[in-house]
Design a protein around this ligand. Sequence first.
Ligand code: FAD
Ligand code: NAD
Length: 473
Amino acid sequence: MASQTHPELDYDLIVIGGGPAGENVADGAASRGLRVAIIESERVGGECSYWACMPSKALLRSGQALAAARRVAGADAAVTGALDVQAVLDRRTSFTSDWNDAGQADWVANAGIELVRGHGRVAGVGRVEVDGRPLTCAAVALATGSVPVLPPIDGLAGVDPWGTREATSVDRIPDSLIIVGGGVAGTEMAFAFASLGSQVTLIARGGLLGQAEPFVGPLLQEGLAAAGVDVRTGVSPQHVARADDGVVTVHLSDGADVSASELLVATGRRPHTDGLGLDDLGVTLPLAVDDTLRVVGTDWLYAVGDVNGRALVTHQGKYQARAAGAAIAARAGNAVVEDRAWGRHVATADHAAVPSVVFSDPEVASVGVTEADARAAGTAVRTVEADLGSVAGAALHADGYTGRAKLVIDAERNTLIGATFVGQDVAELLHSATIAIVGEVPVDRLWHAVPAYPTVSEVWLRLLEADAAADAG
Ligand SMILES: Cc1cc2nc3c(=O)[nH]c(=O)nc-3n(C[C@H](O)[C@H](O)[C@H](O)COP(=O)(O)OP(=O)(O)OC[C@H]3O[C@@H](n4cnc5c(N)ncnc54)[C@H](O)[C@@H]3O)c2cc1C
Ligand SMILES: NC(=O)c1ccc[n+]([C@@H]2O[C@H](COP(=O)([O-])OP(=O)(O)OC[C@H]3O[C@@H](n4cnc5c(N)ncnc54)[C@H](O)[C@@H]3O)[C@@H](O)[C@H]2O)c1
């Protein structure tokens, strides 16, 4: 690959947004010899590093470790106190590098990528402006992430609500916290703040994690209630107000009022395309991309990560970015673009195998489709479920282990297309299912993947036995 594919232009590729997706698409192109710049208006590392994945998982981890010790006779006797809240906050702060991006900026420089600080805007085909300064390039990759959606609740703006940024960067745990939203962020923050001593009320208009398999919500609700969270499902906030003493009161659709020191809104996110100049270019929003992550209708504009709305998780954005970075370099060098399904320049797994973990207590780990999704798509499926608590490895892992697992199997192809696990420490089980789905491993062959005894993974054996029994019956 020539190192200067377009010497007349400032860069071969300009990436707008230096979060995990932006860093990876830039690295993928730069490591293949392209001249690349990242435009970043806040911190290199993006939402994930400073206000999302890293700090939220750090806030959750200590409470999970404590709960795990309490579940094992003998170890529980050693748990004689509560969490050291300041130590948890300090550990969280260390994982955000104290919100300083110098280390990530160094990484960008060492990767041979130029960092341009400022707000990026697409001014035309191959033209980008950074706070008005014009730059030229052959290709542009949008990696601007997502922004929270604020629901239209009467009085909400007036109470100065928290979003997930305020929750993950908190320096004092409020006595009490109301969380609106029973999705991923809401349920994770409910466990984190409850473990840190807040009296948490979680308000969900449906059940918890409503898109997941039906057993997930009730098991999660049970776990959160055991952690002291007051979970209100099937209710919506009607009106919100903050009194002179600072207390926030939410009036709910069932007539009840709940009050707390702070209110966290976690009701979803949308692609961050505001101010990018896309309307002026005639690019249709929301962005639609092909599997090389190129914006449909263009041959120079790409979109990776949350901004393309495909899968709002870091690992999938980075996966897309690896495919796009390689595809951009291949096209720049007139090399073959391997864009068949599962080729190395495409993000095929976005359609079939997006893994997701909710790091609450219990954890919820899922990949692929749910039974409802599959049936809605007209796929003939059979399903099988198993109680995780009856697996020897799980019973040893935690006294009174509570959990459940489900597989969704394509009945015609006899391969796995979906899996869900709920329980303590199931996150690390998930990759086995992801491999089975991506590898399209026939269920008959999975039978020969023997889980070690006594591990939680033995749930695979229970699931496959149940499937075989149903087949025989
Ligand atoms: C509370 C919370 C917890 C989460 N936990 C997890 C988790 O545990 N695991 C997981 O996989 N995912 C998690 N996510 C999702 C994850 O944070 C996102 O999927 C991920 O950050 C998306 O990466 P990105 O690079 O697409 O965007 P971002 O990380 O949002 O980065 C976008 C970057 O673009 C910059 N930018 C935007 N517009 C411009 C512009 N015009 N000019 C210049 N720069 C611009 C921004 O400043 C930002 O730095 C969590 C999300 C939240 C809210
Ligand atoms: N562990 C992880 O991977 C992780 C953790 C947190 C967030 N995230 C990502 O960040 C994104 C945002 O998370 P999130 O939890 O905000 O979104 P979400 O889509 O997971 O959940 C939003 C919740 O808010 C509810 N809601 C929406 N509008 C409402 C309204 N007007 N009134 C009451 N409730 C309302 C929805 O019913 C839903 O339960 C997600 O897409 C998720 O993938 C990932």
